[in-house]
Design a protein around this ligand. Structure first.
Ligand code: SF4
Ligand code: SF4
Length: 205
């Protein structure tokens, strides 16, 4: 089972410089979502008069086919929004980022591991449940699971023809992060912000 925890308000508030659409995933048995805290946060955000263009609540965000269909219902809201702030586990955020490649996607939650049943939802995306989600800084591609070395502060320099130097069968995660960042107008993914030392105490996997 996974647990998602809302990021601290101080971490979330700087996101609201942009016009933000909130997307929350309320629906799966394998991930505990802090729904009460989320409602409290929303009430507080309302009083702060921030740039929030709306909210979409979905379930099973990690199910790519299902989410792709559901997103069609919200095409207008998504087109108008500059940035999407997603409250979901790391897998859900990665799925959405892949489905909306031209959007800036920010992660509103950190995902933690707890022992127990992990579910069978089919997904191509992986989350190591590190407890300090970086997806909002890396164009929605997880630097821990998409890069063989789990590098947080940029590529190792060993990539060749888009492949990882550790495994030629694997695309270089950092090349994907850099290309996608460029495509969404963030040529230098907020790398400077992520060169913080990872707190391994938060990761129990
Ligand atoms: S950075 Fe990666 S491993 Fe950490 S919570 Fe986000 S998706 Fe999961
Ligand atoms: S080649 Fe790319 S994916 Fe492989 S370890 Fe280096 S940065 Fe990570």
């Amino acid at each position: 089972m996974l647990i998602t925890q809302l990021k601290k308000k101080e971490e979330l508030l700087p996101f609201f410089k942009e016009n933000i659409l909130l997307i929350a995933c309320f629906g799966c048995k394998e991930v505990h979502f802090p729904s009460k805290e989320y409602e409290l946060l929303k009430a507080e955000l309302k009083t702060l008069n921030l740039n929030i263009s709306g909210e979409i609540v979905l379930d099973y965000l990690c199910n790519e086919d299902y989410t792709a269909k559901r997103l069609e219902l919200y095409r207008n809201e998504i087109t108008k929004a500059g940035t999407l702030l997603v409250f979901a586990c790391g897998v859900g955020v990665q799925t959405l980022a892949a489905l909306l490649p031209d959007k800036t996607i920010l992660a509103g939650c950190d995902t933690f591991y707890v022992p127990g049943f992990s579910g069978f939802t089919p997904t191509s995306y992986d989350c190591e449940q590190c407890g300090e989600c970086k997806l909002g800084l890396t164009a929605g591609i997880c630097p821990l699971t998409a890069c063989s070395k789990g590098l947080l502060n940029g590529p190792c320099g060993g990539t060749k023809n888009g492949k990882c130097e550790v495994s030629k069968n694997m695309d270089c995660g950092w090349e994907k992060i850099l290309l996608k960042s460029k495509a969404i107008g963030e040529p230098n993914p907020r790398i400077k912000e992520i060169v913080s030392i990872r707190d391994y105490k938060k990761s129990f996997s």
